[in-house]
Write a protein that binds this ligand. Structure first.
Ligand SMILES: Nc1ncnc2c1ncn2[C@@H]1O[C@H](COP(=O)(O)OP(=O)(O)OP(=O)(O)O)[C@@H](O)[C@H]1O
Ligand SMILES: [Mg+2]
Length: 143
């Protein structure tokens, strides 16, 4: 387990960017499960992650859309937000299982605690975000 402390949004974004750059070089699927309360920095991290992956488009919170899809050379990046999901059944309508089977996709999921037990353990990284004070966030990375 790795534990990081971020003292401002830019730092959380920079941490995300480093992961994006690493994952970009890695072949195959990567699932990033982001866990933690409102305002703990999940979207901020994903902004950096997307930059590191080479995505130029702006990352917004997809809360009202459940997910947003971005094209990368030879693969896709998905940004999910399960905040409004109350049951895994609600993900059936968007073919979530099919997306999970895509071999080269990068899938980042906010509020992943809601669906964690349905995610495959393989290729899964868990990021736990903790609000410490107004500016400080702890990011724990598992395994
Ligand atoms: N060190 C920090 N890292 C990240 N965000 C920080 C930090 N310090 C303060 N903030 C502020 O906390 C908020 C984090 O918002 P963000 O949208 O990233 O959270 P979130 O976990 O995605 O929340 P939600 O569950 O609503 O989607 C922003 O307003 C940001 O400016
Ligand atoms: Mg968010």
């Amino acid at each position: 387990m790795v534990s990081l402390l971020s003292s401002e949004p830019k730092e959380t974004e920079a941490i995300g960017k480093i992961f994006g750059q690493k994952i970009k070089k890695r072949k195959g699927q990567t699932i990033l499960a982001l866990i933690g309360p409102l305002g703990s920095g999940k979207t901020t991290f994903i902004k950096g992650l997307a930059k590191g992956l080479g995505i130029k488009k702006r990352i917004l919170s997809p809360t009202f859309l459940i997910f947003k899809e971005f094209k990368l050379p030879g693969r896709k990046f998905y940004h999910f937000d399960c905040y409004r999901i109350n049951s895994i059944k609600e993900l059936k309508v968007i073919d979530f299982q099919k997306i999970l089977q895509e071999k080269n996709s990068i899938i980042a999921i906010e509020w992943a605690e809601k669906i964690l037990k349905f995610l495959p353990k393989k290729n899964l990284l868990i990021f736990k975000f903790k609000y410490q004070d107004e500016k400080i966030r702890e990011i724990k990375i598992l395994p």
